[in-house]
Design a protein around this ligand. Sequence first.
Ligand code: AP5
Length: 222
Amino acid sequence: KKREPLKIMISGAPASGKGTQCELIKKKYDLGHIAAGDLLRAEIAAGSDNGNRAKEYMEIGQLVPDEILVTMVKERLMQPDSQDKGWLLDGYPRSLSQATALKGFGFHPDLFILLEVPEEILVERVVGRRLDPVTGKIYHLKYSPPETEEIAARLTQRFDDTEEKVKLRLRTHHQNVESVLSMYDDIIIKVDGSVSKEAVFAQIDFALTKLLEQRAESIGSA
Ligand code: AP5
């Protein structure tokens, strides 16, 4: 019998390490990764109307309106790939209205991972972050430096990764996080995101392993 695919949400403040952990989770558990911020940046790159509008909000660290994002995420969740492999939803939902919409569409996660990182660390992570436009990989000048000179030479920086803008993004995060958490109260795991990326992943991996074991047991005893 085919195993029921895993469905996971990952949340946390800006630069808490969501994208970094998603790379590691994806590598081991092969889930469909859907990142709200990446979907929006792809729209911006495509020059679409939605992209242009979204950028106005992202520039000031605010949530983009639901009419831009809610359908976009829903469509990705409904794709056969996400349905077969399971999904890893990154940076979504970020408001009560998004969480309520998801519930209405029938999408409910098995686990909600919250990365906890003190604020002074977040600013340093944002300012040092770089992206490889070729592989999509996330780097940090100090904590995760590029492997080769060639990669180093092509790294880019996000338009919203300045100290000034991350403060606005943090404020938006604080305004919304509690209402989202309240929707997933019974399935939240809080993870210390301030340690090395490998040590953060070890905590997540432990929780996912336990979840899969519990499932296997409940199938076995049924
Ligand atoms: P989004 O792109 O989701 O940005 P964010 O939430 O601010 O999160 P980040 O991508 O900045 O950080 P991350 O947690 O993925 O950290 P990363 O792994 O890169 O959203 C951008 C904008 O889009 C929002 O402001 C909003 O306008 C809009 N938006 C998005 N979702 C929306 C929604 N649902 N509704 C409405 N609007 C929405 O790590 C950061 C850095 O730290 C990297 O350099 C990394 O190498 C380093 N690092 C990671 N882990 C560690 C570690 N353990 N130790 C040391 N360094 C580490």
